[in-house]
Design a protein around this ligand. Sequence first.
Ligand code: PMP
Ligand code: GLU
Length: 392
Amino acid sequence: MKLARRILEMEESITLAAGARAQALKAEGRDILSLTLGEPDFITPKNIQQAAQAAISDGRASFYTPAGGLPELKQAVIHYFEHFYGYSVKSSQIVVGTGAKFMLYTFFMTVLNEGDEVIIPTPYWVSYADQVKLASGVPVFAQTSEDNQFKITVPQLEALKTDKTKVLLLNSPSNPTGMIYSSDELEAIGNWAVNNDILILADDIYGHLVYNGNHFTPISAISEKIRAQTVVINGVSKTYAMTGWRVGFAVGSEEIVSSMAKIVSQTTSNLTAASQYAAIEALTGPQDSVETMRQAFEERLNTIYPLLKQVPGFEVIKPQGAFYLFPNVKKAMILKGYDDVTAFTDAILEEADVALVTGAGFGAPENIRFSYAANLSTLEEAVRRLKIFMEK
Ligand code: PMP
Ligand code: GLU
């Protein structure tokens, strides 16, 4: 056997795989509507592009940078935290790397010993569980459902706690459910983590994408005590339409963050320099494009949500943020004679030419994920096709 056990036990990212499959079918000439990947369909704002172009032209982007990020980028992150999070951080509390995804992985590699447990509210974003396992940790799934708005509670956490519990992961607004925790909920959960000396990993990547008067509260802003226990992961991918640039950052205690920088220095060396210059402009330049894109997502949500509710057998609660709808399709599967959501998702692709992501990889065997980061006409046509598929 040539392959290591860790890779045999690992799954490919199903979101990326679903996106690639839709792309391949399109290349074969099929008229596929892909609502798979969660990435803004807008191109990166001009001012951000120009900042990177200038850094490339004048040679600033030609060289390695400090492993944990350019000092100017750390200053930009400090500025961002002052404005968006409402508190001050020091540059020694910041590490920048190749996407929020890699920062999450770097965090797990930094804090987990063999067998340490990470509580993951479920449904969860597909990469968390495999990243924890790669870092020799054990994912512990805290199951939630539509009945409690897909949110975990303190009694639930208390029941899952063991002497191996090291980290509680929180992703609000959530991929895939779109739910947002309120300040009170965060305070209760945060105090529980503090009292039990459990680290909080706050994946705030969708913090700017909130709709219809809903509000994002970062758990790290609730209290000094909770903040001291928290590592925040964020980035520019979703907020600034920059998924391809691969910029992510972590902010937390100097001890953890400087150790994360060690991993960056021994693996990727540093985030691509041109991307770092782009990120400086994103975080400190004009912010009007953020609101323009947010409004576009909000309009799409408000258009597509009532239409999706009319598809026979699709039961969906209205998301508050991110850009996903996560209907429960249990009844739809029964109507069409399926008992497996992945087979059902495949049938929708084959028969309706709509590519979605099975809930199975999110720990949700009765749900299916739609990304509404696509233009309105694509979304409307996709739901029309789904309706025809269900009524056939
Ligand atoms: N966290 C969540 C919840 C996500 O959906 C994504 C999407 N890619 C990421 C982190 C990673 O973002 P990126 O690596 O593009 O910065
Ligand atoms: N996070 C996005 C998604 O869930 C992008 C793909 C990925 O990184 O998994 O679709």
